[in-house]
Design a protein around this ligand. Structure first.
Ligand code: IVH
Length: 692
């Protein structure tokens, strides 16, 4: 027998201790302490030690268990067919699919000239595995995986998930059917839930917390002991397999089963595909990898399965993993890194935002060096300190975020972060107004950070469109004192520009030409470019349409401003306050004196908007329009674009991978449109299938 060196024994003990603790926080408390990737790394290290020194192995080692522990409080369910795990292909390159195919062919004793194996490729949903038991078509039980043999009875909670049918529909339904799949939370539902949680915490609610990621929020909802709370948590479901089946059709392939499940009303992802040989699998892996950020939910990879059920049977299992399936992971969306400093960023409106500067880390496919801490309350809630080891998450198009600190890695002398009471750029007082989350620098255009932002905002494409006036140049011009206010832009001459570092005569000429060109402006662009708080492009257009001339807007009272459609008290106050300030009026006058001009019109009676008074909700991915474009178009037509479907919703515009909102709309009888329908609606027509 190989003697286990003391150091190895010690390391194995330490790893087990750590893994037990992490697994407990993950599975039992639904509050993970480290990212999955970190857990996997430690797990694999232990596995390797145990393989090398079998004498190390203990029956209670974390490596000997498939899933989690059970929470007290739920009934136990012994699975009729164990719920297994799948092997993970750690090689994230294309060879992952080739290795799997090679293994399958070897096990099946296929020769080189034999035809390729047919596979099914699926998304690997990042949620919680469920077993749904239907007897004679009725849902009788829902259980978590637990340790793979015994799970928790979560039937009451799962009955509240709208996407999971309580009764199967259609023909040939088996007498007993166990559907296996993943319950998960969509990213938008997750963001909204956390927003609600933050509000509750802000109002002083005890025992409330925000969730680290959608999977965690889903797990917390499913394993919530109070079904009333579980019901408020928006969950979704996709089926990917089955357990016990008695009766029903005789299936030959995995794909056929999924199709039957779908026909019986169980959600199956549109992205399931049949692949022939490893090259198809690689193509699928790459395509899904590219789409990953745009999907409405988190996935952590793809899954390949042998399609033929006969071949699956022939391949069988090794310990607790089938030989006919493999998970091919994508780069993790959560990683550990350390906080090098916490800086405070000053925005255009003087808003101060704490930003964690991070040791660069590769997460979700990009290198992340900064993560916003949003505001004082958020920073305090997360208690991020310089030197801390933190979990950083980047998923979808959401900006990278510090989700949590790893408390045990904190240095004893780490100092609590506090928001500065003065602006870090200009030293003016920073104040936090009653009821506001943010501190603001009170320096206004005295603050060079705000001045730089104001100039960049004025110069941007959607405002005065001054080509070549980018961040670097504006920094230089403001720092060198060439520009203090917007009119200075038109007053600085060639000499001032050429004097700037790295500025040749040719580039300087180009900048001057762009400035000259920008003088022929349009009033809405000019008004938007002034950077009045709460005045976006569409408000600027509305104001111009209503008043016709700039003077009318500048001299309008709050009451007069409130006459403008879509202008409420906050916007009206803001516009009024802006033009009450003498220096702002001076800026406008000076810009005019520099030659900035536009055509003025007469006040226009508002053209009727075809969707005025209508509420529309967008969901899923549309084929041509981005979410923002669709929203802009709807708002321009007078519609209100809401985030969730309710009885007040007039239309739901649904694209690919539409989820719970679509179900809700159907449930409430809300009209559902695709992109073509949306276009007709915008054109003032009645889309087909909808009574006017
Ligand atoms: S198949 C016997 N397919 O990943 C094979 N699993 O260890 C059983 N998962 O927690 C799993 N998406 O809940 C399969 N398309 C998919 C999946 C999937 C997510 C989860 C599953 C389990 C883990 C596999």
């Amino acid at each position: 027998m190989v003697v286990v060196p003391a150091a190895v024994q010690e390391r194995a003990d330490a790893l087990r201790e750590l893994l037990h603790r992490y697994a407990h926080s993950y599975y039992v408390l639904d509050a993970p302490q480290v990212p999955d990737a970190e857990y996997d790394k430690l797990f694999q290290e232990l596995q390797q030690l145990e393989e090398q020194y079998p004498a190390l192995l203990t029956t209670d080692s974390p490596t000997q268990r498939v899933g989690g522990k059970l929470l007290e409080g739920f009934g136990k369910v012994r699975h009729k067919v164990p719920m297994l795990s799948i092997r993970t292909e750690t090689d994230i390159e294309a060879s992952g699919a080739r290795n799997f195919d090679a293994r399958v062919r070897r096990e099946l004793a296929l020769k080189e000239g034999d035809p390729p194996v047919e596979y099914v490729a699926e998304l690997k949903f990042d949620g919680l595995a469920l077993n749904l038991r239907y007897e004679n078509g009725a849902l009788v039980q829902a259980a978590t995986r637990g340790d793979g043999e015994v799970g928790e009875d979560v039937t009451q909670n799962i009955r509240t998930v709208g996407q999971i049918p309580l009764r199967l529909a259609g023909r040939d339904i088996p007498a007993v059917l166990e559907v296996r799949g993943e319950v998960y939370m969509r990213r938008d539902d997750f963001e909204r839930l956390n927003e609600l949680q933050r509000e509750k915490i802000a109002r002083g609610a005890k025992n409330e917390k925000t969730f680290v990621n959608p999977r965690n929020a889903a797990a917390g909802a499913v394993r919530q002991l109070d079904p009333a709370i579980a019901r408020q948590r928006p969950l979704s479901f996709y089926a990917y397999g089955w357990g016990e089946i008695e009766g029903g059709p005789a299936f030959q392939t995995h794909r056929e089963v999924l199709q039957a499940l779908k026909a019986w009303g169980v959600p199956v992802s549109e992205r399931v595909t049949v692949a022939t040989g490893p090259e198809d699998l690689i193509a699928y892996h790459d395509a899904v990898g590219r789409e990953r950020d745009q999907l409405p939910f988190d996935i952590d990879g793809v899954v390949y399965k042998v399609n033929s059920l006969a071949l699956q049977k022939q391949l069988g299992f090794v310990t607790r993993e089938p030989r006919w399936a493999v998970a091919h992971k994508f780069p993790a969306q959560e990683q550990l890194t350390t906080v090098e400093s916490i800086d405070v960023y000053v925005g255009r409106t003087g808003k101060l935002t704490p930003v964690a500067r991070l040791q660069p880390v590769f997460v979700g496919g990009v290198t992340v060096t900064n993560a916003t801490l949003h505001n004082e309350d958020e920073a305090r809630r997360k208690d991020v300190r310089v030197g801390d080891t933190v979990i950083v998450r980047r998923a979808g198009d959401v900006i990278p975020e510090v989700v949590a600190v790893v408390p045990e890695k904190r240095q004893a002398d780490a100092k609590v972060f506090t928001m500065p009471r003065t602006c870090p750029v200009c030293g003016s007082e920073a104040v936090r107004e009653e009821g506001e989350a943010d501190y603001r620098c009170t320096g206004g255009l005295f603050c060079s950070a705000q001045r730089k932002h104001a100039i960049l905002h004025f110069a941007q494409r959607r405002a005065m469109d001054i080509e070549g006036l980018g961040e670097k140049l504006v920094d230089q011009m403001v720092d060198a004192g060439v520009i203090r206010t917007l009119p200075d832009l038109y007053r600085m001459g060639l000499a001032n520009l050429v004097a700037l570092e790295r500025m040749g005569e040719k580039s300087a000429q180009n900048v001057l030409a762009a400035l000259e060109k920008s003088k022929s402006a349009s009033l809405p662009r000019f008004l938007y470019g002034l950077g009045i708080r709460h005045v976006g492009e569409s408000t600027a257009r509305d104001l111009v349409r209503h008043f016709g001339k700039l003077d009318g807007i500048m001299d309008a009272s709050v009451e007069q401003l409130l006459q403008v459609p879509d202008v409420g008290p906050i916007v009206a106050e803001s516009v009024h306050a802006f033009f009450q300030q003498v220096h702002n009026r001076e800026v406008v006058e000076q810009l005019r004196a520099c030659g900035v001009h536009w055509e003025e019109g007469e006040p226009v009676a508002q053209v009727p908007k075809p969707l005025a008074g209508k509420t529309v909700v967008l969901t899923g991915t549309l084929p041509n329009l981005s979410r923002d474009e669709a929203k802009d178009m709807l708002e321009a037509a007078g519609a209100k674009v809401a985030g969730s479907v309710s009885k007040k919703t007039d239309y739901l515009v649904a694209g690919a991978e539409a989820g719970s909102k679509l179900d809700k709309a159907r449930e409430l009888g809300v009209a559902v449109l695709d992109e073509a329908g949306l276009q007709r609606l915008l054109a003032g027509e009645t889309p087909p299938g909808i009574s006017p």
